[in-house]
Structure formats: C-alpha cells, structure tokens
Ligand binder design. Structure first.
Ligand SMILES: Cc1cc2nc3c(=O)[nH]c(=O)nc-3n(C[C@H](O)[C@H](O)[C@H](O)COP(=O)(O)OP(=O)(O)OC[C@H]3O[C@@H](n4cnc5c(N)ncnc54)[C@H](O)[C@@H]3O)c2cc1C
Ligand code: SF4
Length: 508
C-alpha cells in the first residue's frame, strides 16, 4: 500500500472526529484508510480491572505550564481504535443554539462559522445510529425532531441523591442522554450490541459493546463498507507535494513508512493535531496553530453520606441539569452532571485535588463506598496566553514534546466558584457529613480553530485548511469555543458534515 496512488483519503486518528467520517467516506465508495497510533481493544477482551485498562489512554508525556496546568494522562485523551470514546462516559447532550454565538450575545469569545440548524440533522443522525438512550421530555434547548431511539438508562446512587437534592433546591434535572443502550441494538459491521448491564466500567472500557464507543459503531460500519484501519501506526509528519498535503510518514512495527492520498484528514485530537502541524510546518499561515487552547471548567464536588452508594456501580453518566446554562454577570454557563467513579481514578483525583497523602488518604479511601459526586462543564473562553507549542524536550521518537500553557481567566474562576457553591448547597441539602471540592479542567479543545477569516483561523466551516490544499482537520482542535456541554456528540456531527463536504469535493 506504500505510495499507493489510488487512495482517495487518508485519515489520521480514529476517535470522535475520525471515525464517523471514515464510515461516511467508505459508504460513498471512496478508497479510504485510517492510521491509528493505538491498538484495537476488543470489547470481549477488556479486563474488568481499572488498572489494567491504562492502555486506553494516551500516556506519552505532555508538558503543562501556566497558573492552572492541565493534568494529562488518564484524565485526558484516548489511544486506540476508537480514540477517547473507548473511555468516555458517553454523556451525549446537544449544544444549545446560543452556544455557537458567544460573541453576538456577550461581545466576548468568538462565534462559530455555523449554526445549530446546520448541525441539527447530523445530531439526529448520530443519535439514531449510536443508539442514544435519553428522556422523552428534555427541559432545555429547542424541541427535537425525533425522540431518542431508546428510553433513558437507570440512575446510579450519586444520580439518585443529586436528583433528590436538586428537587429540594428547585433546580430542574433530567435523565441524561447517554450513548449506552437501554435496549439491544443491531449494529452494521458489529452485530448485536446488548443493553447496558450497569457494571459501571464505561471509563475503563465497556466489555459488552453496550456503550457506543466508535470501535463498535462507526468504525465497524466503516470496515463493513470497505475502509481499512491500520492500528499501531503513529504519524510523525505530514508530507507535501506540489504545494499540497499529499500523505503522511508514520512508524508502524518499528519501521518508518509513507502513504499518499488525494486528500488527508487530520483527526488526532486537540493536542496531537497541532503538534503534527507544527512538526510538519504545514497549515499555519495564520499563525493560529496551537493557539486558543481551551479546557472546560470542570470542578467536582463530592459528599460523604451514610448510604452504601458503591460509586463503581451503575451507569456513571446518568443525571443532568442545564439550569445554569446562563448566569447573570458571566459569559456563558455550565451544566451539572452526576458522577460514577472507579476507585483508582477517585483516589488519584482526591490525592491530586486535596494534597492528602499517606494515612490521611488511606483513611479517606476507606469511605469510598459512601461518596457521591457532581461535576460541571463550564464555558472556557479563548485567551492569548493559552496555547500549545513544541518544547525543547524530545520524546522517545526524537520529536519535540508538546508544551501546553493554560490559565483560567476571571470568567472561568468566577464560574467555578458559582458552580462550587451550587454543588456544595446540593450536598448540604441531603445532609452530607463532609463536602469537598476538587478543582479541575476537562477536555482538550481549540488549537486549530475553524472560522471564515483565513487570517485568524486554521480551517473553514467544513474543516478544510484555509491555506493548504489536500488538508482537512476534523477533531476537537477546530472548536472555536468550548461549548458548555460534553464535546463528543457535536464532534461526531461535525465529522459527518466534513465528510459530506469532502465527498462533494472529490466527486465534483
Ligand atoms: C475521562 C473522559 C471522559 C469523557 N467523557 C465524555 C462524555 O461523557 N461525553 C463526551 O461527549 N465526551 C467525553 N469525553 C471527551 C471525548 O471523548 C472527546 O471530546 C472526543 O473523543 C474527542 O474527539 P477527537 O477526535 O478530537 O479525539 P480522540 O477521540 O481522542 O481521537 C484522536 C485519535 O487520534 C489518535 N492519534 C493521535 N495522534 C496520532 C498520530 N500521530 N498518529 C496516529 N494516530 C494518532 C489517538 O490515538 C486517538 O485514537 C471524555 C473524555 C475523557 C478524557
Ligand atoms: S455500565 Fe453499561 S455501558 Fe458502561 S461499561 Fe457497563 S455495560 Fe458498558
């Protein structure tokens, strides 16, 4: 396949950005191949062991700077056929229409070069295909054209307590949309996916196929329609020919190889995508590659209760409230979500967040079965000081490691404080014995922004590079703003939209 002149599209990365697009292109009869740095993690082979599942995460060192340095590693992004969806919680809320127009509404941040109406048909298509389970009535956002394909999933212990506390506080909650099945569903290319058995292992890899990670959904479809996926193939450079991106150099099985294609889609996530662009010196006439890095305000508040909650049990992504989508005096807002958590993840977060260690940490962890958590995802504005650059430290391949500078601005600090107060009040309402907050930033977003103006954006509204023919970008790096919702569903919708534009261009 090396230097194969017949490949129509080469896709780099198979996560939420790469996978739906790969399936769409293959279904259109195009010759497509994806290079994925990670390996396949087949559901049936996923051990029921949180520690053994560290291989689902991107563990190569990423350097962190700034006043609020981002914690990478297990809290960050995935590596494998399916990308970060192998370990995502599968919360799948849609963004609201005003999420795409922060600048218009507040005079801060930027507007997206597309609207909710542009994405709505794609949202609907992704929800139906993945088999999202969700409520029949959702209190926020515009009315839906079609109901969720499956009824909502049952709530875990933390979600039931949060629901009770919110009722007492007059905060509306709803069962969340979650891309795990509440009923079995046949999936083209994979077979029958069973209903969720509530084992709670979503963030350590679903061993049954009930969770819609992309390996059991869009990638299975892609392969059934003729796409090829090469696992264990880490791209190290984009190749240029005649002023256009013509392929990629990658390392597979210890050997450096090249592949060429008519078009190349970079879908390696919001850290590796700008890193590859900077390493290759491609697509950066705007000097915006690596700029505008964002991470959601993600403070968690935990309560200690008498009930035997078993936080590892049940679907971790269960209950949501978007009542704080707008907060007077702040730009944007946040959502509240209930948590489920595995013990090692919890212990790591607790030690990091509180600085407790040794006997104090052990004593706290002996109460693990009685802790319940709520999380927020809050808007993060783009700031000039938050960016990714190549550091002078080299990785094992001799390539510069990425260095990410990140500090919350005043809006993020005020939002985190607001959210912490709300969540502390909630746990106080149900008489939690002890309440503590873990400050956090979540998700990696921005760094190759989409927008109409080529002088201040890297790609256009469809992910097409403004300055380099043959190059498309399709992952969380293109988000102009963080949105106050989980990014996965929006990313998959964008992926189908980019695929349609790419098909139109190739077939023109
Ligand atoms: C713990 C956790 C829980 C989450 N829960 C949710 C949730 O409930 N709902 C939600 O919507 N979102 C959730 N997310 C976020 C969501 O998973 C991401 O927003 C989404 O997957 C990002 O898509 P992406 O295409 O940008 O990157 P990814 O999905 O990370 O895919 C990038 C892929 O590119 C590959 N790659 C990278 N570099 C190279 C290279 N050089 N060569 C070849 N391949 C490469 C990677 O191995 C990876 O497979 C969660 C994230 C985390 C960390
Ligand atoms: S709780 Fe359901 S979706 Fe999550 S890992 Fe278990 S079976 Fe899969």
């Amino acid at each position: 396949m090396t230097n194969n002149p017949e490949l129509d599209v080469l896709v780099i990365g198979t996560g939420a950005g790469g996978a739906p697009l790969l399936a769409r292109l293959a279904a259109a009869g195009l010759r497509v191949l994806a290079l994925e740095a990670g390996v396949r993690h087949r559901p049936a082979e996923m051990p029921t062991d949180e520690v053994a599942q560290a291989g689902l995460f991107w563990m190569d060192e990423r350097l962190s700077a700034g006043k609020d340095p981002v914690g990478f590693g297990r809290n960050n992004s995935g590596r494998g056929v399916g990308g970060s969806t192998l370990h995502y919680t599968a919360y799948t809320p849609r963004a609201q229409p005003d999420d795409f127009e922060l600048l218009k509404e507040f005079g801060q941040g930027v507007d997206w070069p597309l609207s909710y109406a542009d994405l709505e048909p794609y949202y609907d298509e992704v929800e139906q295909f993945l088999g999202v389970s969700g409520p029949s009535e959702y209190p926020w956002g515009p009315p839906r054209q079609r109901p969720y394909p499956h009824p909502a999933l049952p709530l875990n212990g933390a979600a039931l307590l949060m629901e009770q506390a919110a009722q007492q506080s007059g905060i509306r909650t709803s069962a969340a949309a979650n891309a795990a099945l509440s009923r079995p569903q046949e999936q083209e290319g994979y077979g029958l996916r069973p209903a969720c058995s509530n084992r709670g292992f979503c963030q350590a890899g679903c061993s049954t196929g009930a969770k819609a990670s992309l390996d059991v959904t869009y990638l299975a479809l892609a392969e059934a329609r003729g796409a090829t996926i090469w696992e264990g193939a880490q791209v190290t450079k984009l190749l240029m020919k005649g002023g256009r991106v013509s392929g990629a150099e990658f390392v597979r099985g210890g050997k450096t190889q090249t592949l060429h294609a008519r078009q190349v889609v970079l879908a390696a996530g919001a850290i590796e995508t700008p890193r590859l662009l900077l390493l290759s010196g491609v697509g950066n006439s705007s000097e915006q590659v690596g700029r505008n890095f964002m991470a959601h305000v993600g403070v968690q508040v935990w309560g200690l209760v008498d009930d035997d909650l078993r936080p590892y049990k049940g679907i971790p992504g269960g209950l949501i409230s978007e009542d704080f989508h707008r907060i007077p005096g702040l730009v944007g807002g946040y959502l509240l979500q209930s948590l489920g958590v595995m013990p090692v993840t919890y212990a790591t977060q607790y030690a990091r967040g509180t600085g407790k260690w040794g006997a104090a940490l052990s004593e706290h962890l002996s109460q693990y079965n009685h802790v319940a958590g709520i999380n927020v995802l809050g808007e993060c504005l783009p700031y000039a000081g938050n960016f990714l650059e190549l550091s002078s430290e080299l990785d094992e391949r001799g390539l510069p490691k990425p260095l990410i500078h990140f500090s919350f601005g005043e809006n993020e600090h005020r939002m985190a404080k607001h959210a912490e107060t709300v969540m502390r009040d909630l746990w106080a309402k149900i008489g939690a014995r002890e309440v503590w907050a873990l400050p956090r930033a979540a998700h990696t977003i921005g760094t190759a922004r989409m927008g109409h103006d080529p002088s201040s954006n890297v790609v256009d509204a469809f992910g097409r590079s403004h300055d380099t023919p043959g190059l498309w970008i399709c992952d969380n790096s293109t988000f102009p703003s963080s949105l106050s919702v989980n990014p996965g569903l929006t990313q998959m919708a964008l992926s189908l939209r980019t695929a349609d534009a790419l098909i139109a261009e190739l077939k023109a």
